[in-house]
Design a protein around this ligand. Structure first.
Ligand code: GLN
Ligand code: ZN
Length: 751
């Protein structure tokens, strides 16, 4: 029994506080490292206490394991000026993540991106032309030594050479695969030094075996592992997040001592692996879900394991599907979950116990089911299933086609060409946060809170009128998080107090959990939007979080499909849409920033996902009248490969993020004629810099070359909640002027 990795932050997020203290200068480096060592020690102790056969080492990182890995091989871009450093320098390490040159000047941080299909973000390795790899192993070796003081059963983990190269990028755009030979030399040295510490097994992660790989990369596996074979450390090749399919044979035949398969996402590999596994190899099966917070049904898993145990005996290892990095640490801290819900959860620490329980069951082959935690019958059926099954195609369609709707809407709203709007949120000032907190803690009465929020809305509306925007928003002052806000008002969601999961660096998120069928007991956002509309004669845009984003940023149920959960959410949100419409809100935005994140890792699974994701959105908005204008918003997205699906949303208007890439993202529109209206963001809200009017005009001109001017809207990239008022006011004023300039230079044909 072993785990592929463990959370890093500590149950009280000790690492987060230590890191942030260190960055602020309140903690010395020694203090930081000591605190980090304590967190590691605790986590190893947890693994020992649960009776695991190995403790996992090397999964820890002060910022990110890919960054640590780059540092381990001295892959440090030149602008950080540290190629000559012979030791591991934590400050250089943090500067790479956070963007500072050695002289303390601003300098581009290394790029950060999502780790496969999780919400964890890693630092992308950046390879120079002719990059060489120099081993810098002290930190790695010291962690192993630290662990060996606790036990001799230490299994270090390392990102595999091919996954490491695949996830990196070269500065000159060349294929990183050409760097493999030199990288392998460094790996071989590292394995040698690790083996000298008396390490028997090393886990080497190659999750890219679950992706659609080009032939050259597939073939490189054999070359790489043949070369690493000379070391006498036994390698456990670990894969996760996705079935291996055509790569299963490669994975089985590589000259390593063991193979780990993700038995949750890679279920389809399980029936094929025994035939392919050479008789000397260990098979590690990951059957405790590392991506979800539900307790395992040990009895069911035992049934899956039995044939493997019969065939392999002690060559069978049991594990988690992937690293436990993606789940919160310890359920025991939760004091406010209703017992009936809590008893169905398992966080990382509880999953360790599930593993050891499973192993005992398998070895003793008892029929007597040990029930650690128990799934309740009642949540394993969806009461909405029949409603969902009865949905007809009609319920996913607006009344009329976009062209017709556009005419009707134009008559109604009389908006100018290049209409201006914002994405929803306005600066979340200290006062707003205080009011929300005060209300939550009971210091502020409901009435006082409502008054405070209404004041904020009044302020946002008058600011927007002064600036001269065409379509206004109420400002979202009442929302602290776009998913949590709606989740809390829907039935079917549960919230934890300490269910933190690392997102990047010291940042953690606390995803809400879908625990039963979704229902909307009463309107959630109507009163705010309605009040805002009462203050102005301009159209007020209602603002909702879409079903797919609600889903992607939550822990989901595992007893019904994601599609079904998306449709449940869509049905609840569609009631909100209709209530907004009835309350006189005739422009309604349904945000879907996470639409692309849900995209499956394998090409062949993508169409099915996009089908139900698009349908979920359409179900949310389809019932409104032709004269009601539906908007959606997306960011963090590469649109090229999903542009067809975006068009199929059939949103009257979509606002997207494009300014950070200088409208590069609009390349997608070169070959694809996007049918509806679109607002490519003209300024980056992630930075306090106020863009010049001319800059925004030039971006819009660029857009107008690819998209016809009558389709274009003018808006920022995303919500403004992280900005301050002065820069917001300035930037939006200039944005409105930029729109006016465009109106003068382009004659727009009325629809
Ligand atoms: N309406 C949201 C806002 O403006 C959208 C946020 C997002 O795209 N992540 O804050
Ligand atoms: Zn956004």
């Amino acid at each position: 029994m072993h785990v592929l990795g463990y959370p890093r932050m500590g149950a009280q997020r000790q690492l987060k506080w230590a890191l942030e203290g260190y960055w602020k200068g309140n903690l010395t480096q020694t203090e930081l490292l000591e605190k980090a060592a304590n967190v590691r020690q605790q986590h190893w102790q947890d693994q020992l206490d649960a009776g695991l056969d190995f403790i996992t080492v090397g999964d820890f990182a002060l910022y990110d394991h890919m960054l640590s890995h780059s540092y381990l091989f001295t892959v440090i871009p030149e602008r950080f000026g540290a190629q000559q450093e012979s030791d591991w320098q934590w400050d250089t390490y943090f500067r790479m993540a956070r963007g500072r040159s050695a002289e303390g000047k601003d300098c581009a941080a290394c790029e950060m991106t999502k780790w496969f299909d999780t919400n964890y973000h890693y630092i992308v390795p950046e390879f120079a032309p002719q990059q060489t790899f120099k081993l810098n192993p002290q930190v790695w070796l010291n962690e192993i030594k630290q662990a060996q003081q606790l036990t001799s059963k230490v299994k270090p983990v390392l990102v595999g050479p091919l996954t490491y190269l695949w996830l990196g990028k070269t500065q000159d755009g060349s294929d990183p695969l050409t760097l493999l030979p030199d990288l392998l030399k460094a790996y071989a040295q590292l394995l040698h030094q690790t083996q000298k510490l008396g390490v028997e097994w090393l886990q080497i992660d190659e999750p890219i075996l679950g992706l659609d790989l080009p032939l050259a990369w597939q073939q490189a596996f054999e070359q790489a592992y043949n070369q690493l074979q000379s070391s006498s450390v036994k390698l456990l090749l670990a894969t996760y997040f996705s079935p291996l399919h055509e790569n299963l044979s490669i994975a089985c035949s590589l000259p390593v001592a063991g193979l780990h398969l993700d038995g949750i996402t890679g279920q389809s590999d399980l029936s094929r692996v025994l035939d392919r596994l050479p008789p000397y190899k260990v098979l590690s099966l990951g059957l405790i879900n590392g991506r979800n917070i539900w307790c395992a049904d040990i009895g069911e898993i035992q049934k899956i394991v039995e044939p493997f145990y019969n065939a392999l005996g002690s060559r069978l290892w049991l594990s988690t599907s992937c690293s436990l990095l993606h789940v919160p640490e310890d359920l025991e801290q939760e004091q406010n979950l209703v017992p009936k819900i809590k008893q169905q959860f398992a966080f990382a620490k509880q999953k360790l116990n599930e593993l050891s329980c499973l192993a005992k069951q398998v070895v003793n082959a008892t029929d007597k089911r040990v029930v650690l935690n128990k799934k309740l019958e009642e949540i394993t059926v969806s009461t909405l299933q029949s409603t969902i099954n009865k949905l007809t195609p009609r319920e996913f369609e607006r009344n009329s086609a976009f062209k017709v709707r556009k005419q009707i809407q134009q008559k109604k709203f009389q908006l100018p060409a290049f209409s201006t709007t914002t994405i929803g949120s306005f600066p979340q000032t200290q006062a707003i946060r205080q009011a929300r907190l005060g209300f939550k803690q009971g210091i502020l009465s409901a009435q006082d809170y409502e008054d405070a929020m209404c004041k904020e809305i009044e302020n946002a509306v008058s600011e927007q009128e002064r600036i001269g925007l065409d379509v206004l928003v109420h400002g979202e002052a009442e929302r602290n998080d776009m998913v949590e806000y709606f989740g809390q008002q829907l039935e079917g969601y549960s919230f934890t107090d300490f269910g933190w999961v690392q997102s990047y660096g010291s940042r953690c998120v606390k995803p809400p959990v879908i625990t039963s069928d979704i229902q909307r007991p009463k309107p959630m956002s109507v009163k705010w939007s309605q009040y805002a509309q009462s203050l102005t004669s301009k159209p007020m845009k209602g603002m909702l979080t879409g079903p797919i984003t609600m889903l992607c940023w939550s822990f989901t149920r595992d007893d019904i499909s994601l599609k079904e959960q998306a449709f449940q959410l869509a049905l609840a949100l569609s009631q909100e849409v209709l209530d907004l419409e009835a309350a006189g809100i005739h422009i309604i935005q349904v945000d879907e920033p996470a639409l692309r994140e849900g995209l499956p890792l394998r090409q062949k699974d993508r169409a099915a996902y996009l089908r139900w994701a698009v349908d979920g959105f359409r179900l949310t908005v389809a019932k409104v009248q032709d004269s009601t204008q539906v908007h959606t918003h997306m960011c963090y997205a590469e649109f090229n490969d999903i542009i067809g699906a975006i068009a199929e949303l059939d949103s009257d208007v979509i606002t997207i993020e494009t300014s950070r890439s200088n409208m590069e993202l609009l390349k997608a529109f070169e070959d694809f004629k996007y049918p509806n209206d679109i607002g490519p963001g003209v300024y980056d809200i992630h930075s306090p810099v106020v863009p010049s009017e001319q800059w925004m005009v030039s971006l819009l001109e660029k857009a107008a070359r690819l998209i016809s001017p009558e389709q274009l809207w003018v808006n920022p990239d995303c919500g403004l909640k992280t900005r301050g008022w002065p820069e917001t006011r300035q930037a939006l004023t200039l944005m409105v002027q930029a729109a006016k300039q465009l109106r003068q230079s382009h004659t727009v044909i009325e629809a």
